[in-house]
Design a protein around this ligand. Structure first.
Ligand code: ZN
Ligand code: ZN
Length: 151
């Protein structure tokens, strides 16, 4: 009696477990390529944004940028300038991007910041691309939470 019951339980449970596994596998197989396609599209879009940034805001060595800034704004001191994205000091040979708002960041840090759909300078919130419209920022799932800086 007991054996019969457990056997019928196995007969019911096993096929439903099997069906569940098949359904899960199907879902994974169907969804995975879609996710990776989405990833590729995002990467491509990020690449385009960096190309656009490259054409509008040239990367250069910190020492060259500091010389230009000193010429345009005499009296400026750059001895204690740090990149507020990674909080590291610049060295003379650091590859940087200097924005129109006179704020400066490591090229790598700013590229990373900009490719995450951040349109504005992390310090003063002026557009990173000169002349870009100040529209409402569209938030994306992979956007980091807003960072507050004391200035
Ligand atoms: Zn940095
Ligand atoms: Zn700025």
């Amino acid at each position: 009696m007991f054996q019969n019951e457990s056997r019928s339980a196995v007969i019911v449970i096993l096929p439903s477990l099997f069906a569940l596994v098949v359904v899960v596998l199907l879902v994974v197989v169907c969804l995975l390529p879609r996710f990776s396609r989405g990833d590729r599209a995002i990467k491509k879009h990020q690449q385009k944004r960096i190309e656009c940034l490259n054409s509008k805001v040239k990367a250069e060595q910190f020492v060259d940028w500091a010389k230009k800034e000193q010429r345009s704004r005499p009296g400026s001191s750059f001895s204690t300038v740090l990149c507020v994205i990674c909080l590291e000091d610049f060295t003379e040979s650091s590859q940087i991007r200097g924005l129109g708002c006179h704020h400066v960041f490591h090229q790598e840090c700013l590229d990373n910041w900009f490719s995450r759909w951040n349109e504005y300078c992390p310090l003063c919130h002026r557009p990173i691309i000169p002349g870009a419209k100040r529209t409402r920022k569209s938030r994306r799932w992979d956007e980091p939470p807003p960072v507050a800086f004391m200035i």
